[in-house]
Write a protein that binds this ligand. Structure first.
Ligand SMILES: O=C(O)c1ccccc1NCC(=O)[C@H](O)[C@H](O)COP(=O)(O)O
Length: 212
């Protein structure tokens, strides 16, 4: 087994340790060509920010166009912050996963295919309250480009399958995977040339470095 952390070492039925490459979510996609580049580069998850205040906001009339034709192996994630229940119901018609990135209650953000974004500066107590598939461990605000505390994230990764987010780049992602041992990594600003516009070169480099 390598020293790449704790969450990517899995065991087969025979008890043999195998390494599963970290999952990669490319977030904040706003253009069809960037969706195609991310799929070609090997992304596992594509994130679309449905938060009107975001620089990367995708309005409902564009959801279908951006997600149709995405291969079955790649899942589309709706990133939301404090949505109404009716809005969530509509999102399930189009997206595979909903990532709650606001101050949602454990009653709203719960279940299979639901992810909850948390920052850990106030401790781990919040993680115990949510019954979700994965936690996204981020800096305080979504899409801020700020790194979260990797030591806290590493402690969380020992208990849960987490996605590490916040300030990741092609240059630091390999070290982040090694130090934190996340199930997945989530990036937005680190693979952009400007907000909402992805760089093909950075996408390729990021995914290669994350999965090596
Ligand atoms: O990206 C946004 O603009 C955004 C706005 C509001 C809520 C969430 C948002 N993004 C969520 C993500 O999953 C980002 O990928 C994550 O925060 C990492 O962003 P970055 O630090 O730029 O890599």
């Amino acid at each position: 087994m390598s020293d790449r952390g704790n969450a990517d070492a899995r065991r087969t039925a025979g008890g043999k340790a195998v390494r599963t490459p970290v999952k990669v979510k490319i977030c904040g996609l706003t253009r069809r060509e960037d969706v195609e580049s991310a799929v070609e580069a090997g992304a596992d998850y594509l994130g679309f920010v449905l938060v009107p205040e975001s620089k990367r906001y995708v309005p409902p009339e564009r959801w279908r166009n951006l997600t149709e034709g995405v291969p079955e192996r790649v899942k589309c994630v709706a990133v939301v912050a404090d949505p109404a229940r009716e809005e969530v119901a509509e999102m399930w018609n189009i997206f595979d996963i909903i990532q709650f990135h606001g101050s949602e209650t454990p009653e709203l953000a719960r279940g299979n295919n639901c992810w909850k974004a948390l920052h850990l500066e106030h401790g781990f107590e919040r993680m115990k309250q949510f019954d979700v598939e994965h936690f996204v461990i981020d800096a305080a605000a979504g899409g801020s480009g700020r790194r979260c505390d990797w030591n806290l994230a590493a402690a969380a990764a020992k208990e849960h399958e987490i996605l590490l987010a916040g300030g990741l780049t092609p240059e630091n992602v390999a070290e982040a995977v090694r130090r934190v041992g996340p199930w997945g990594v989530d990036v937005s600003g680190g693979v952009e040339s400007s907000p909402g516009i992805k760089s093909k070169e950075k996408l390729l480099k990021f995914i290669k470095e994350a999965k090596q």
